[in-house]
Structures are given as C-alpha cells and as structure tokens.
Write a protein that binds this ligand. Sequence first.
Ligand SMILES: [Zn+2]
Length: 234
Amino acid sequence: MTKLAAGTTACLGVALATYAVRGRSSTFFGPSVYRGATDRPSLALTFDDGPSESTPGLLALLAAHGVTGTFFQCGANVERLPEAARAVREAGHEIGNHGYSHAPFYLRSAAFIHGELERAQRAIQRVAGISPRLMRAPFGARWFGLRSAQRRLGLLGVMWTDLALDWKLSAGRIVDRVAPRVRPGSILCFHDGRELQPNPDIRSTLQSLERLIPMLLSRGFSFETVSQLLCPKN
Ligand SMILES: [Zn+2]
C-alpha cells in the first residue's frame, strides 16, 4: 500500500467514526456523508447501478480526460459482468457497495438489509478483489437496521450534494442543472446502469459528462474519489 493510500484509509476510518457521532440529521439511520472536504476545488463523480454493458464506454470517457470516480455497484451486476467490475477497479476508480439486488431498504427487516449489503460486499470482494468501505443505499432510502449493518460491515454511507437525474434528463438539461451547482466538496450522483437491467441506455450520462468534465476542469476543479475527497488536505 502506498503512503497516500494508507493516509486515505486512516482518514476514512476517522470519518467513519466522527460522522457517526456528529453527522447532520440525515444520518439518523446510519453514518453518512453527503459532501467532501471544502478546502480545495475538488469534487467527486459517483456512478450507481453498475456494472452494466454500458460501463466500458464510461470508463473510456473518464480515461480520455484522466478523471477517476467512485462506482457504487450492485452485487448481482458484479456477478453478471465480472470483467466490467474488474475493469472499473483496474482503471483506478473506487468501488462502493450499492446492495445486491437494488431492492429498497425501506420497510425491510434488519436481516434483509444486512443480507443485501453483505452479499454485495462478498461479490465485489470475490470479483474485484477489494472490500468496499463505502455504501450507498438503493434509491438513497435508509431504514432501521442499516446502522448495525454498516457497523458490522465497516461501511460509511455516501449520499450526494446533487443528483444529475441522468436516468430521465437529456444531456443538455443535465449540464444546465449540474454545472452551476458544483462547489468544492461536491459529490455528484450519476448512473452507469439502471438497477439490474441489461444494456441500459446511458447516452445522456456520457454526453453530459463529455461537456461537464472539460467545463469543470477549466474552472479549476479536480476530480477525486469519494475517499480522497473526504480527507482535508489543508
Ligand atoms: Zn441505484
């Protein structure tokens, strides 16, 4: 492990502990963050519901711009498309846990919530060779039992500062919506899948990022993984 990676891991542990104690009201069901450090002009791109058949196209786009992001993957998709899941990891992106089947946690039992997260955790570990430290609940819906599941699995919840709504908006509307809102520490939520659907159409996502990334780079922003973004540097 490099010195930088070790530092990031230590910082994440502190974030996990401190946010559990003094997080804002949205952490009621479990420790959760919704933005990163604001001491530098950096943001995090996050992608939910992958991997999918459309993920390689997104990886190519990010690589062309030299940008890394964080992918909250569904365990069932990881098992269905192991090469795509591994490609995300091998390209230097961070992988988080988005549950196994994308079933919402709302109104479900603690055992169900733990089972969904644990099964996804095992799938990602087996296929991509890493144990995620971050999770995002499907649909962002938290419920009783999530806190204990997170504690047992060592997972910090990650929400977002802004949703791109990329599953329903055109590329132009995504850019118009997201670009003016980006601030230091922003965590933006996009999608490289549609729950467990095969062959999802993510053209709006790709076309919007093709415009947004150069725009944000020209405004002086850097792109970091969520774990990097959570660590103050100054
Ligand atoms: Zn999702």
